[in-house]
Design a protein around this ligand. Structure first.
Ligand SMILES: Cc1cc2nc3c(=O)[nH]c(=O)nc-3n(C[C@H](O)[C@H](O)[C@H](O)COP(=O)(O)OP(=O)(O)OC[C@H]3O[C@@H](n4cnc5c(N)ncnc54)[C@H](O)[C@@H]3O)c2cc1C
Length: 524
C-alpha cells in the first residue's frame, strides 16, 4: 500500500520488487473504478430512490471491476485492428463483438429501458467508456434511435430489438446526418426522398456514417417539393441489409478506431418515414440532444481515466529520489485535474437527473455547455496525462495515447464547440435558459447575478465565453453540496480565476485535492 507524502530512501528504491521503475501499462490487478470514485457513489445514492440505488449498486460494482479487467484489454485489441470493408460487408476484429456484448449485458445504454433511469444508465456508461470510447458512440446512437422511434407508432418491433439487454437478436442504431455540404449546417442536406410503393426511396451521399453496420439508421432527406433549409427535411428509417445503401470507403480515423465510420451512397435506398417535413429535423434533434449528453459522459470518462493514470504514475514513479506525487508541481497538476473532473462529473450527471425529473428547461439549458466544456476538458486531460507519464505517455501499450486520440473527436462530433455556443444562445434568447439556470442555482448568488446581467445581452461573439462561465458556475455551485474543498478549489480556478490562491490551497491541501490512490507498488 502506498503511504502518502513520504520520501523514498535509497533502500526503498533498491527494495526487491521495484525492478521496473515504470507504472505498468495495463490496469493494476486491484483496480476498481466504482470504489475509487466516492463522488459518483455519493451522487447516485443521493439522487436515486433507495430501491433504485440498491438495485444499481451491485451492477455498477460488477462493471467497476469488469471495465479494467475485461473491457480495457478488448478495447486495446479492437483499437489496434480497426474494421475494414470486406465485399458487401464490414469485417471487425472479434474483440469488437465482445465489447458490444459486454455493453449490452452490463446495460451501459439500455438501463433506462429495463427499469432504470437516464441517470443510472449514464452512470454505467461512464464506467464502461473509461475503458472503451469507440463502441460507446454506437451505444449512444442505438439508445437515441430507440428514443426517437418509441415516440412514434409502427416501430415497436425495431425498438424492442434496439434495447435488448442480450446481444442475441439485438439491433444497433445509427444516425447519418453529415453530408459534404456540412455537419453543422444540416439545412443544406441534399439527399432527396421520393415515394415508392407504400414506402420511400432515398438518394444522396452521406459523408460521415458511424456505426456503419447498424441495422436501424435514422437519416434526413428533403421531401418532394420541400422548402429549403431544415423545414423541408423529413426523417427516415433505413434498415440494413439495404439494396440501395453502399459504403464507398471507411474513414481512416485518428481515434475511436474500433467502430466503423463510412462514406455512404444512397441510390434509391428503401426507407420508412419517421417524421415528415416540418417535423423531421425536430425529431432528429431529440436524438442529437441525447447524444450530446452521452458525449459529455464519454468526455468526463476520458478525463477521469486520464486523471487515474496521472494519479497512479504519481504514486509509482520515482524521480529525484521521491515519488512524483511528492513533487509540488506534479501534485498541483493532478490536484487541478481532479477538481475539474469532479465538477464536470457533477454537471453531467446532474443534467441526466434533470432528464429523469422531466425538467426539460434545465436539460435544455445544460446540454450545450455540458457537451462543449467537458469535450475540451477530455482533450486537455488526456494531453496532460500523456505528459504526466513522460515518454511512456506517448506510446503504446500505455493507454494515454489512445485516450488522447479518442478524446479529440469529442469536441467535433455531435456539434462542434461553436455550434454548442450558438445553440446555447438560442436557448437563452428563445427558451429562457438564463432564468432557468439562475433559478436552479443553490449558491454563489452574486456570481450568478453578475453572469445573468451579461448573459441577457449575449450575442454570437460572447456566447462561447458566457456558456463556459455558466458551466463553471453550475459546477462550482453543485460541488458545494458534495465536496467543500473541491468547491473552493473549483471556484478559485474557474470562477474567480485566481491561480495564486489556488496554488496556496493546493500547497496546503494537495493530497486531499489530488485524491492519491491506495494503489501502487506494494513493496514501497
Ligand atoms: C469520427 C467521426 C465520426 C462521425 N460520425 C458521424 C455520424 O455517425 N453521423 C453524422 O451525421 N456525422 C458524423 N460525423 C460528422 C460530424 O458530426 C461533423 O464532422 C461535425 O458536425 C462538423 O461538421 P463538418 O465536418 O461539416 O464541419 P463544418 O460544419 O464545416 O465546421 C467547420 C468549423 O466551422 C465552425 N463553424 C461552422 N459553423 C459555424 C458558425 N455558424 N459560427 C462559427 N463557427 C462555425 C465549426 O465550429 C468548425 O470548427 C462524424 C465525424 C467524425 C470525425
Amino acid at each position: 500500500m502506498v503511504r502518502e507524502g513520504r520520501s523514498l530512501s535509497r533502500r526503498d528504491a533498491d527494495a526487491p520488487g521495484v525492478r521496473t521503475p515504470y507504472l505498468p501499462p495495463e490496469p493494476l490487478p486491484d483496480e476498481d473504478w466504482l470504489a475509487d470514485d466516492p463522488l459518483l457513489r455519493r451522487l447516485l445514492a443521493e439522487r436515486l430512490p433507495a430501491r433504485s440505488w440498491a438495485a444499481l449498486e451491485p451492477r455498477l460494482a460488477r462493471l467497476g471491476r469488469a471495465a479494467p479487467r475485461e473491457v480495457d484489454p478488448l478495447a486495446r485489441l479492437a483499437d489496434a485492428s480497426p474494421p475494414v470493408l470486406a465485399g458487401e460487408g464490414i469485417a471487425f476484429h472479434p474483440a469488437y463483438a465482445r465489447l458490444q456484448a459486454l455493453a449490452r449485458r452490463h446495460r451501459v445504454f439500455t438501463d433506462a429501458w429495463h427499469g432504470g433511469t437516464r441517470l443510472s444508465s449514464l452512470a454505467l456508461g461512464y464506467l464502461y467508456s473509461q475503458a472503451e470510447c469507440g463502441y460507446f458512440c454506437p451505444a449512444c446512437m442505438t439508445d437515441g434511435a430507440a428514443v426517437v422511434l418509441a415516440r412514434r407508432p409502427g416501430f415497436e418491433d425495431v425498438v424492442a430489438r434496439l434495447v435488448r439487454d442480450e446481444p442475441e437478436g439485438a439491433l444497433e442504431g445509427a444516425m447519418f446526418l453529415t453530408e459534404t455540404t456540412g455537419g453543422s449546417d444540416v439545412g443544406t442536406t441534399s439527399t432527396t426522398a421520393a415515394p415508392r410503393g407504400d414506402g420511400w426511396a432515398l438518394t444522396g451521399d452521406k459523408w460521415f456514417c458511424s456505426n456503419a453496420n447498424a441495422g436501424a439508421i435514422l437519416t434526413l432527406a428533403r421531401m418532394p417539393g420541400g422548402e429549403p433549409g431544415t423545414r423541408g427535411l423529413g426523417l427516415f428509417l433505413l434498415e440494413q441489409p439495404n439494396p440501395g445503401l453502399r459504403f464507398v470507403r471507411l474513414k481512416d480515423k485518428l481515434g475511436v478506431r474500433s467502430m466503423a465510420t463510412g462514406e455512404g451512397e444512397l441510390r434509391g435506398a428503401p426507407a420508412r418515414l419517421v417524421a415528415g417535413a416540418g417535423e423531421g429535423f425536430k425529431a432528429m434533434a431529440e436524438m442529437v440532444n441525447l447524444s450530446r449528453l452521452y458525449n459529455a459522459v464519454a468526455s468526463v470518462a476520458i478525463a477521469r481515466r486520464a486523471l487515474r493514470e496521472g494519479q497512479k504514475n504519481g504514486a509509482w514513479r520515482v524521480a529525484f529520489g521521491r515519488r512524483l506525487q511528492d513533487h509540488p508541481l506534479y501534485a498541483r497538476a493532478v490536484a487541478a485535474l481532479a477538481v475539474d473532473v469532479k465538477g464536470a462529473l457533477l454537471v453531467t450527471l446532474d443534467a441526466a437527473h434533470a432528464h429523469d425529473r422531466g425538467d426539460h428547461a434545465l436539460v435544455r439549458a445544460l446540454t450545450p455547455p455540458a457537451k462543449a466544456v467537458t469535450a475540451r476538458l477530455a482533450v486537455r486531460a488526456a494531453s496532460e496525462a500523456c505528459e504526466m507519464l513522460g515518454g511512456n505517455g506517448y506510446v503504446q501499450p500505455w493507454v494515454t495515447e489512445r485516450l488522447l486520440r479518442d478524446a479529440q473527436v469529442l469536441p467535433i462530433w455531435e456539434g462542434t464547440t461553436n455550434v454548442q455556443a450558438l445553440d446555447f444562445l438560442r436557448a437563452c434568447r428563445r427558451e429562457g435558459a438564463v432564468e432557468t439556470l439562475v433559478r436552479a442555482a443553490t449558491g454563489l448568488r452574486d456570481a450568478w447575478r453578475a453572469w445573468a446581467e451579461q448573459a441577457r445581452a449575449m450575442d454570437e461573439a460572447s456566447s462561447l465565453r458566457l456558456m463556459t462561465q455558466a458551466f463553471h458556475l453550475r459546477a462550482a455551485t453543485l460541488l458545494r453540496d458534495h465536496d467543500l474543498l473541491a468547491a473552493e478549489a473549483y471556484a478559485l480556478r474557474h470562477v474567480a480565476r485566481d491561480e495564486e490562491a489556488f496554488e496556496r490551497l493546493a500547497a496546503r491541501e494537495g493530497a486531499a485535492l489530488a485524491g492519491w490512490p491506495s494503489i501502487g507498488p506494494r513493496e514501497l
